[in-house]
Design a binder for this molecule. Structure first.
Ligand SMILES: [Zn+2]
Length: 386
């Protein structure tokens, strides 16, 4: 198919959000386990809770960002569009599970950490379809860049397995769509979610047409996934760039990782579109990781990625929501990630501004982090001029 013409950008930022996303209900937890037995408490939301998505939206509204962004409607991804990566049997298996069917079978598996509700299938196909419409709005020049506040997230989802709160791999189907519909030859996916994007890595492991760069907490989740040595195979060798970081990396370590690795590699690859798996769970208050980024840190890495997109692909940048489990702090970090896209400082004051913990997260740069960055640079210099 010939490439569709790329119209001049209006320099707007799109916002993809759909009420259906809130119908993916991961439920509540009210059982506290003891070494012997257990007791019940009043219910507390699952880590990947609807309430955090809702709260992020309220922050975007309240900070004045929504009003400055152009709504981009979501839609249902078709089975064919999902089947660029997922097996048709798996897609049917998920559909039948939300109607009361089993969690596993010959078709694949929904791992027990990924609870689904009656609305989860629709939410998941609209999350994937919202990502596709984000690509479309950017490629057709309706917006310059976009943020998709979607759920369920996608980067852990494998071809026939739901895991890590993910059902369909939104970044993977979006990258395939960009290539199949607009003829793109080079798409870069940067995954700054603190966990490793194992599904995304799997999908493009042998494929030089998609450069996958992941920054994540080393030796965390999934186990043994995202090691430095996992670089791709065959023609894809060198096009998977894993940057494992130690717990406690903080703002300066992340900035150095972008400046020394992500940006130079991106400048050499010259993608025609950048997709970011934007999980804000590297924040310092997150219960599911310890990488210690602050709101200011997220603003910095978002600015660096926006500038890279400006340099290599006329600003074409799509951020897809992945994880983020501190209900208190993730909305602050998400606002900070979106501000550079819109070109606006919303004036939000960091929840713990002035606290010694925030200062420490902003200034720390341990020897362990320096060593991890040096090792990553040395290793990836086998494939890239860094
Ligand atoms: Zn995550």
């Amino acid at each position: 198919m010939p490439p569709t013409s790329i119209l001049p950008s209006t320099h707007r930022t799109g916002l993809i959000f759909d009420e259906r996303y809130l119908h993916h209900d991961t439920g509540a937890q009210n059982i506290v386990r003891m070494r012997k037995g257990s007791f019940e408490t009043s219910p507390e939301g699952h880590p990947s809770s609807t309430s955090i998505t809702k709260r992020i939206k309220e922050f975007l509204d309240g900070a004045g960002l929504t009003a400055m962004m152009q709504p981009v409607a979501a839609r249902a991804a078709s089975e064919d569009e999902l089947a660029v990566y997922h097996t048709r049997e798996y897609i049917q298996g998920v559909r039948s599970h939300v109607q009361g069917g089993p969690m596993q079978g010959a078709w694949g598996e929904i791992e027990s950490d990924t609870p689904l509700s009656a609305g989860s299938f629709d939410a998941a196909v609209y999350a994937a379809g919202g990502s596709l419409n984000g690509v479309k709005a950017i490629m057709q020049g309706e917006v310059r860049n976009a943020y998709a506040l979607l759920r369920p997230p996608g980067h852990h989802a494998m071809s026939n397995r739901a895991m890590g709160f993910c059902i369909f791999n939104n970044a993977v189907v979006a990258a395939h769509y960009a290539r199949n519909t607009y003829g793109l030859e080079r798409v870069m996916i940067v995954d700054w979610d603190v966990h490793h994007g194992n599904g995304t890595q799997d999908a493009f492991y042998a494929d030089p047409g998609v450069l996958f760069v992941s920054l994540h907490q080393h030796n965390w989740y999934p186990k043994l996934s995202g090691e430095l040595e996992q670089v791709g195979s065959g023609a894809g060798a060198g096009y998977t760039v894993n940057i494992p970081l130690p717990a406690g990396t903080g703002d300066r370590g992340y900035r150095a990782a972008f400046e020394q690795l992500v940006i130079p590699v991106g400048l050499q690859y010259r993608p025609q579109l950048i997709i970011i798996s934007a999980g804000q769970d590297a924040n310092w208050l997150d219960p599911l990781a310890q990488n210690m980024l602050t709101m200011a840190g997220f603003r910095t890495i978002s600015m660096l990625m926006r500038d890279l997109a400006d340099e290599v692909c006329d600003g074409r940048l799509l951020m897809l929501q992945e994880g983020g489990y501190s209900a208190a702090y993730v909305p602050y970090c998400t606002v900070a990630a979106i501000e550079p896209l819109v070109g606006l400082d919303a004036g939000l004051v960091d929840l713990y501004a002035g606290s010694s913990e925030v200062d420490r997260c902003m200034t720390i740069l341990t020897q362990e982090t320096r060593d991890a960055l040096a090792a990553a640079k040395k290793w990836h210099s086998n494939w890239w001029n860094i």
